[in-house]
Design a protein around this ligand. Structure first.
Ligand code: FES
Ligand SMILES: [Fe+2]
Length: 345
């Protein structure tokens, strides 16, 4: 699919491309939020509540919280037993696929009580689940968080239950003009034309940032963005003067009452040269230096997101954008995002 065959949404429909029914992978939780092995917890994902559990053997499960037998809430005194979540009321058990595996009293009806569980995809420290949307769209792609390089483990940060949407957050990545005004970059420019292909929107741009970093009075930064559906972006950033690459995840997940949790993550490519970072950096062991660089990169990244958040939280998404010089491919993004709500061709 190319940009010129994307249907143009009817007036007034674009703002609703942000609804929690858009098909795609949406983060459920990063590792620090997972229930411990043998535990269950109640969470919100895509506007609904779920029982999120981890079996003793480390399998993660996400099931509707309400037991189909007589409606008990399985997050309240439910137990993980073997590979299943066991209801506290009469003891029926459900595995991570939602299948009723064993009746507490061997009732043969149990086999018809299977629950619908979303498809899960664990990517290292992040658990994603597939949202089928209005059309019952089945998973037809896989989230990508990898990039060529020798990367450190992810460092995460989350803003929980904010009045933001995946649509609004993802648009930030294509909105070139705001990089100067809001984030203090100069001369933001596209490096390659944006490409859209089904669930992917890819673009590269560069910008200059003034301010002393190591021995440099300012740095040129390039951003390679892969927006994957509305719930996940992988951004690889290169600071040219430092020869430093960092990798970021931006994951927005609707939770409840029109709110979303925004999780971000950062990691750095160990292949940078210490003396490019700072004249004295060669005196610091590389492992420690890498940790310091990662902490600084993550701090800078989360600060930039924190600059965006109040804008996103108070923005009227029903306003149709008026074209201005220097805008990024916002309208192309909006057409692509709206098309995500249609069944795959
Ligand atoms: S309500 Fe869950 S087993 Fe009866
Ligand atoms: Fe931004």
């Amino acid at each position: 699919m190319t940009s010129n065959v994307l249907p143009i949404p009817a007036p007034g429909t674009i703002a609703h491309a942000c609804n929690p029914t858009t098909p795609g992978w949406f983060a459920v939780a990063s590792r620090s939020e997972w229930p411990a092995a043998g535990q269950v917890k109640s969470i919100h994902w895509m506007g609904r509540r779920w029982a999120f559990f981890q079996t003793e053997r480390g399998q993660l499960g996400l099931l509707p919280p309400t037991c189909p037998h007589m409606g008990a809430d399985m997050t309240v005194r439910g137990k993980v037993v073997g590979d299943t979540l066991q209801c506290p009321f009469h003891g029926f058990q459900f595995d991570a696929s939602g299948a009723c595996r064993k009746a507490g009293n061997s009732n043969p009806a149990c086999g018809t009580w299977n629950m619908e569980a979303p498809l899960l995809h664990r990517d290292g420290d992040v658990l994603f689940a597939w949202n089928e949307g209005h059309n019952g769209t089945k998973a037809h792609w896989t989230p990508v968080t990898a990039a060529a390089g020798d990367w450190t483990p992810w460092t995460f940060h989350a803003w929980n239950d904010r009045t933001i949407t995946p649509f609004n957050v993802a648009e930030n990545g294509v909105d070139l003009l705001h990089f100067s005004e809001l984030h203090g970059f100069h001369d933001a420019r596209m490096e390659a034309p944006p490409k859209v292909q089904q669930h992917l929107m890819k673009l590269s741009y560069s910008a200059y940032r003034k301010g002393r970093i190591g021995r440099h009075a300012g740095v040129h930064v390039t951003f390679d963005i892969q927006q994957q559906g509305l719930g996940l972006a992988l951004v690889v950033t290169t600071v040219q003067e430092l020869g430093l690459r960092s990798r970021h995840l931006i994951m927005t997940t609707p939770t409840v009452d029109g709110r979303s949790t925004l999780r971000v993550a950062s990691s750095v490519d160990r292949a940078f040269r210490a003396r490019n970072v700072h004249a004295l950096a060669t005196l610091v062991p590389k492992r420690l230096l890498t940790q310091l660089v990662q902490a600084a990169v993550h701090k800078g990244f989360t600060q930039e997101v924190a600059e965006d958040l109040p804008i996103w939280e108070n923005r009227d998404m029903s306003v149709t954008p008026k074209p201005a010089a220097g805008d990024g491919p916002v309208m192309l993004y909006r057409k692509w995002a709206a098309a995500l709500n249609q069944p795959p061709s």
